[in-house]
Design a protein around this ligand. Structure first.
Ligand code: GLP
Length: 246
């Protein structure tokens, strides 16, 4: 069962998420972090940057693996997750570029790239703390609703709901329809999982993932079988939870 903590607002969610990540770095300076993109983690990254600037955190030995990247979008594109991570975190802290990893959505053989990425995570020792957001349809990374869970890193066809949610960042003709994503295996192998969700548009996905059946149509529901998963929510994202089931 996942541990759920509800805060008044997204600033508090970000503060709490940053405390958990900061504590992991302080306990283990060479911690392996799994990182997420999307608008939800941006305030958390801002907090981590502040802790670095105040001299509290040192990222020089931290290793990161991101969840996903769009396919066939240049890494320099302003909407790529490579660009996102540089802008919102990496270029503002003292992390070594060689310690940051994202799947290559432009690899000539994307199936091989998935295998390479899983091996890189395993060789590094597996993820200590995995940060996750959640899609409106319950996806994590780009593990979209499906008939079964896919454990390996893989190419995912984005669903219309995900493309619609992400279209706010793209010119219509640029919108990617595929992404390469870490699979459920690497995510669930993380020693600790931290899912953050804010806003009303996540309320249904949060309810289904925490209080519906565990099923691949709501990929995040599998997190309830993880021994150390924490959900940090604001009031809006938690608003559809049935408290009698808590
Ligand atoms: C994308 C990412 C997910 C993220 C989701 C939600 O689909 N692949 O990792 O959780 O967006 O994004 P947002 O936080 O902007 O709602």
């Amino acid at each position: 069962m996942a541990y759920v903590r509800v805060f008044d607002n997204e600033t508090q969610v970000a503060g709490a998420a940053a405390v958990i990540i900061a504590s992991a770095i302080l306990h283990k300076p060479n911690v392996i972090l799994g990182l997420a993109t999307g608008s939800t983690p941006i305030p958390t990254y801002r907090e981590l940057i502040r802790l670095y600037q105040n001299g509290v955190l040192d990222f020089s030995r931290v290793i990161t693996f991101n969840l996903d990247e769009y396919c066939h979008l240049p890494a320099e594109h302003a909407c790529s997750y490579h660009y996102f991570m540089r802008k919102h975190l990496f270029e503002n802290i003292n992390i070594s570029a060689g310690n940051t990893h994202l799947p290559n959505g432009n690899a000539p053989d994307l199936a091989k790239e998935g295998i390479r990425y899983d091996m890189a995570i395993e060789t590094a020792g597996g993820i200590d703390l995995q940060l996750l957001g959640i899609g409106r349809n319950g996806h994590i990374g780009f593990n979209e609703p499906a008939e079964q869970f896919t454990y390996e890193s893989h190419v995912a066809d984005l669903t219309p709901s995900t493309m619609e949610a992400n279209s706010r960042f793209f010119e219509e003709e640029d919108m990617p329809f595929q992404a390469i994503s870490m699979g459920i295996g690497s995510i669930m192998s993380a020693k600790e999982i931290l899912l953050i969700a804010t806003g009303m548009d996540k309320a249904e996905a949060i309810r289904k993932s925490l209080q519906g059946d565990i099923r691949p149509q709501i990929q995040a529901s599998i997190l309830r079988t993880h021994p150390k998963a924490v959900y940090l929510l604001d009031q809006a994202a938690a608003s559809q939870l049935d408290c009698s089931k808590a």
